[in-house]
Design a protein around this ligand. Structure first.
Ligand code: ATP
Ligand code: MG
Ligand code: MG
Length: 342
């Protein structure tokens, strides 16, 4: 097919559409609400997710459908799936849009996650705290990102339930956080980018550094683990796997069935970046060469970081990406920079 439909008009959809354009594809972005998260040059329409007619028109205009965020409502997916192929597939999305099913899937594969307990309502919280112990983190099962919807418990007496079905996670005493951006093609071919070392602040990704500086054995474990997850889901596209590094081995934090913020360094570090790799995969092309040819530090521009823009524009070896968001807000991702380290 030659027209790619993307659900979601944020920065990831925008960067996907730019990669698609380079490969000669048209993209059609579906973004509910009046104001897309970022104005997208290639957007042809906006509409609501519960608008069956708009969804039908969108599907009718494209050959394949992908998405830039994992919270696409199930009902919309049912309709879209009956009209066009969705890649990555429906199962990858449903597994990862709920932290409980995600953890059950991962542990079912024999992988390790943080210890967790289902907190379906307020009454379930004391038992969950008793089981998991403290410190612990209560996370909403659905719709959380950038640390939103999370409450930390340093002792069992503190905090409260958020009001939404949640999971309580034991706090993992990690020595580092890394992520693997893995791609799987329609023919089952798998390619992983070099794992990046991630620094989070206040639940938001601040910086990714490659190479990650961890022993080769850890890097290999991480890549194999990510490939296993992709194969188990019969995945097509790019997936982000967030990992905690501990003395006892790797623990999976979460998976994202899409291109991932911690993979933005690939724009400056690889001949084929994560966005092009995703487009290649869902379009049925062979995967490209994602070997890292440079050391890169990716830094997010969050809120007031935009004040540093004049200096960044003048900095050597620095690639700047701005998402075109009209309004600067605290905690909002406005762009990122990739600094090539020589
Ligand atoms: P995003 O999807 O944007 O990555 P999120 O809202 O899904 O964010 P998480 O990835 O669950 O958030 O958590 C954000 C960060 O909080 C993690 O990267 C890690 O630094 C810390 N964190 C989360 N869960 C745990 C845990 N169980 N133990 C220790 N640290 C944790
Ligand atoms: Mg998440
Ligand atoms: Mg995360």
């Amino acid at each position: 097919g030659s027209v790619i439909g993307i659900l979601g008009g944020g920065q990831l959809g925008r960067m996907l559409s730019m990669a698609a354009a380079r490969l000669g594809y048209l993209t059609h972005i579906y973004e509910p609400g009046a104001a897309p998260a970022a104005e997208v040059a290639y957007a042809l329409t906006t509409a609501e997710y519960d608008d069956a007619e708009a969804l039908r028109r969108f599907a009718g205009a494209v050959d394949v459908i992908t998405y830039e965020f994992e919270n696409v409502p199930a009902k919309s997916l049912d309709l879209l799936e009956s009209l066009r192929p969705i890649r990555p597939n429906r199962r990858a999305l449903s597994v990862s849009q709920d932290r409980l099913t995600e953890k059950q899937f991962l542990t079912g594969l024999g992988l390790r996650t943080a210890p967790f307990a289902d907190v379906g309502d307020r009454d379930a919280l004391p038992a969950a705290l008793a089981e998991i112990g403290t410190p612990a983190i209560l996370k909403t099962r659905r719709l959380g990102y950038d640390g939103k919807g999370q409450i930390r418990f340093s002792d069992a007496g503190q905090g409260d339930w958020t009001g939404a079905p949640s999971v309580l996670e034991g706090f993992v005493d990690f020595s580092a956080e890394i992520s693997v951006i893995v791609a799987r093609g329609m023919d089952g071919q798998v390619a992983a980018f070099d794992p990046g070392l991630n620094l989070h602040q206040g639940g938001i990704l601040r910086r990714t550094t490659v190479p990650c500086g961890l022993p080769a054995s850890v890097v290999t474990d991480a890549v194999l683990l990510a490939a296993r997850i992709a194969a188990a889901l019969n995945y097509v596209g790019v997936m982000g796997v967030e990992l905690f590094v501990t003395d006892q081995g790797l623990i999976v934090n979460e998976i994202a069935p899409r291109v991932h913020n911690s993979g933005h360094w690939t724009q400056a570090g690889c001949a084929v970046d994560q966005f092009e790799q995703h487009i290649r995969a869902i379009a049925g092309l062979p995967l490209g060469d994602g070997q890292r040819h440079a050391d890169v530090v990716m830094e997010n521009l969050i809120g007031d970081d935009m004040d540093r823009l004049p200096a960044l524009l003048a900095a050597p070896d620095t690639q700047i990406h701005l998402y075109g968001k009209a309004e600067v807000r605290a905690g909002r991702k406005m762009g990122h920079v990739n600094r090539i380290v020589r």
